[in-house]
Design a protein around this ligand. Structure first.
Ligand code: SF4
Length: 446
């Protein structure tokens, strides 16, 4: 009987893809996945360190698995992902029974290190950041048969060079390395030949793909040019990407939304704050007006585009007036979706080292509530504007309620409708009949 692995992933889509890749690597070694850690001979906690709360989860999880390790000393217990990178040796000291600590740049070495733990015992660490193109290997493991392959994540670059003052990502994911364009096109072509309808291209800042210092890479290609190649040279039906930094959002990319029909009508453009003073303290590199102008040009280039963003409230020194500037920006741009968080101080970051986290927690949470209440109203009004409209929905499967089917529109809405198993994995036309606060309901029609 195949040995089993238990893998728990926290955090962003990049971490989710790393988690899937680790699962595929172990599957190629003959391991089978399990949702029950008691059954596993390999347990991996794939961690996130974007906020304090997320990073704390690793301690409780590793502590939780101590009893399993005592019961079965042959169990391989490992921590991977950004918190593994951030803490490395400290985690090993804190948890002497932890066998493996693996940073994101070493995901590909998982099988080798699991075998080494088995053979040699002791603790093993792989967390040196690989920041040169020639030393970093992008994993190109296609989804396994049992994975739903009608949509897939594809990494195009790793790391980030921006050092926004609040963000730990550059310290745990390292400098930007861009993946070879031919490799990306080949992977997407193979995915589409296997029936994948939609790909989401992943990077911390996809807009800097192939430009700046990356323009010197062999075979370098700007991001809009890469999108054009994917549309022209592969059979993929729909292309999404995340995440974009507004300062690197080029006119060329905006123009691509006018002419490249395979680009989904959705753009996630994190603004973080509506106040110029706060944007300056965040080292974001753009002003509110520059950002809003780009958002308006995107809507002009693709009128049915849905805009999403990220917002932080309660950043160091944020006054009520500066917070109000974020509220006003929501009213002005009327986003379709907003991910909003209270500021969480992170180690090693400029803000964590030099700025005072001086907005009281109660004030942060009160502002977050006000902001989310406003966005919930705007989001629902935006959803209602789709009633009576036709949307192209990539069907993912039965809804959680089980009485309908669900999928994502090009605008990234969740859409429920009466369907059949035959619809799964297809892009179908749905006329919206009713808009809810977080999803749409409609009827399929040809
Ligand atoms: S662009 Fe800024 S917020 Fe985004 S990952 Fe890079 S440093 Fe972090």
């Amino acid at each position: 009987m195949a040995e089993k692995y238990y893998l728990k992933t926290y955090g962003c889509q990049m971490n989710e893809l790393d988690g899937s890749q680790m699962g595929r690597l172990l599957a190629r070694q003959g391991y089978a996945p399990t949702d029950d850690p008691e059954e596993a001979s390999v347990i991996l906690i794939n961690t996130c360190s974007i906020r304090e709360k997320a990073s704390q989860k690793v301690y409780s999880d590793v502590g939780r698995f101590r009893s399993l390790k005592l019961k079965n000393p042959d169990l391989v217990l490992g921590v991977t992902g950004c918190q593994a990178q951030a803490e490395g040796v400290r985690l090993q000291k804190r948890f002497p029974y932890l066998d493996l600590v693996l940073g994101p740049d070493h995901t590909g070495r998982l099988p080798e290190l699991v075998e080494r733990v088995r053979r040699e015992g002791g603790q093993h660490l792989a967390a040196v950041k690989l920041e040169k193109r020639e030393e970093y290997r992008f994993l190109n493991l296609l989804p396994d048969e049992e994975e739903d392959a009608h949509k897939a994540f594809v990494t195009i670059m790793k790391g980030c060079d921006n050092f926004c003052s609040f963000c730990i990502v550059p310290f745990v994911r390292g400098r930007e390395v861009c993946r070879d364009a031919d490799e990306i096109v080949a992977e997407v072509r193979e995915l589409s030949e296997r029936g994948t309808q939609e790909v989401t291209l992943l990077g911390q800042n996809v807009n800097s793909y192939g430009v700046g210092r990356h323009a010197r890479d062999p075979n370098a290609l700007s991001f809009p040019r890469l999108l054009r190649r994917l549309a022209e040279e592969t059979g993929i039906r729909r292309i999404r990407f995340t995440t974009s930094h507004p300062k690197d959002l080029s006119d060329e990319l905006i123009e691509e939304f006018r002419v490249n029909a395979k680009l989904a009508s959705h753009f996630h453009l994190p603004v973080q704050s509506g106040s110029n003073a706060v944007l300056e303290r965040m080292y974001r590199g753009y002003t509110r007006d520059e950002y809003a102008a780009k958002a308006r040009r995107l809507r002009e280039a693709r009128p049915d585009i849905a805009l999403g963003t990220d917002l932080i409230v309660g950043f160091c020194g944020e006054t009520e007036e500066e917070f109000q500037a974020s509220m006003d920006l929501l009213e002005e741009l009327r986003y379709d979706s907003v991910y909003s968080f209270v500021y969480s101080e992170r180690p090693k970051t400029t803000a964590g080292l030099y700025f005072k986290d001086d907005v009281p927690e109660a004030v942060k949470h009160e502002r977050l509530q006000r902001l989310q209440a406003l966005q919930n109203r705007i989001g629902w009004e935006k959803n209602r504007s789709y009633e009576g409209k036709d949307l192209e929905v990539l069907v993912e499967g039965p809804s959680r309620s089980g009485d309908t089917y669900a999928g994502r529109s090009s605008q990234n809405h969740v859409v429920h409708f009466e369907g059949t198993d035959a619809d799964v994995g297809k892009i179908v036309k749905v006329r919206v009949t009713h808009a809810g606060p977080n999803s749409l309901i409609g009827a399929k029609h040809d």
